[in-house]
Design a protein around this ligand. Sequence first.
Ligand code: CAA
Length: 389
Amino acid sequence: MTTAPQDLQGLNFNLSEEHLAVQEAARDFANTELLPGIVERDNAQQFPAEQVQKMGELGFLGMMVSPDYGGGGMDTVSYVLAIEEISKVDASASVIMSVNNSLVCYGLEAFGSEEQKQKYLVPLASGQMIGAFCLSEPEAGSDATSQSTTADDMGDHYVVNGTKNWITNGSTSGVALVIAQTHREKGHRGINCLIVEKGTPGFVVGKKEDKLGIRASDTHSLLFTDVNVPKENRIGDDGFGFKFAMSTLNGGRIGIAAQALGIAAGAYELALKYSQERKAFGKAIFEHQAIQFKLAEMATKIEAARLLVYKAARLKDEHKDYVQAAAMAKLFASEIAMWAATEAVQIHGGYGFVKEFHVERMMRDAKITQIYEGTSEIQKLVIARELIR
Ligand code: CAA
């Protein structure tokens, strides 16, 4: 389904042999393991359990985690190359992968205690279990400081009450990072992030969402009623939870930007191939300038998105400030994904509107990249604030 890599070595992005090997492994995995049955899984909203298990075995679920904790010890560039390839085929699989890698594993490795890393990061990095990141609520999406979920401090433990919405890996995760308000009078500085194990009394998986796209990923509301969570499961100091969420999301946005890039590139590659096979008015539709212009514009904008995504990843790897670069990459790549997938449907004509040609699914999958891990409007806000920082 996908074609040869379009790496950026010529532009001194210095993709190493290792980077190219990761890219190829992800491409092979996508085509051999994820492509078969993808239409059926999308129709049935069926979680790709077997495929996720294999992703764990191949090291795709803890790519950037240190080998000390059973991870791949890879850089962010390797991670975005893998996400891009997997998203060219299956955006449901790539969001499962992205949340586990960049929100859950990264958050625990960067800010968790040694005990938390041994207990939770080790199984998460190997894919033995997957994790969920619980920030959004019925009344708090973009306005993430308005947390209604509470974590009351009882001395040696917290008592959590509230509802989290649209949680990726909601029913399949073994552990959830839950953002909750402890000291209401302190606003966002009174928020904590707690590690809550599945099966803790009072922690219930709620409604499964019937979604427009990424339908094979597992999205649920999660309900917490008087859930006791030990103090040692708090990440960082008292009141660090909102900073934790924001800092973790900065990296998460690079993952979603790479996902959007992959959806755009996957749709483009299918449209390019189709345009050379499909004939109209006596020649391949690629020979018509109307189609050529669409493909030329798609190729150009996708390459621009790729540069932004790789730049953000490179900045993170070099321990430079990447907040604005991540927001720019996510904003641009997600807008391009929506547009390019729609153009790919248009190029396919009537066939683009039916499921077996894949581009209609990609068009549906693209939409969420403009919404989750910060909407396009929130990315603009983040970018604007950085302009005058
Ligand atoms: N990085 C680090 N810290 C940040 C930050 C960032 N990008 N943005 C804000 N902060 C910090 C600020 O420094 C501030 O801390 P201090 O007061 O200690 O300095 C604190 O967070 C509050 O920031 P603001 O005063 O700027 O708060 P605000 O309410 O005006 O704006 C916001 C905050 C940027 C809009 C934030 O609410 C936001 O990012 N909203 C979007 C939420 C989001 O991305 N949700 C995604 C859900 S997870 C998901 O989608 C996963 C999935 O399923 C795939």
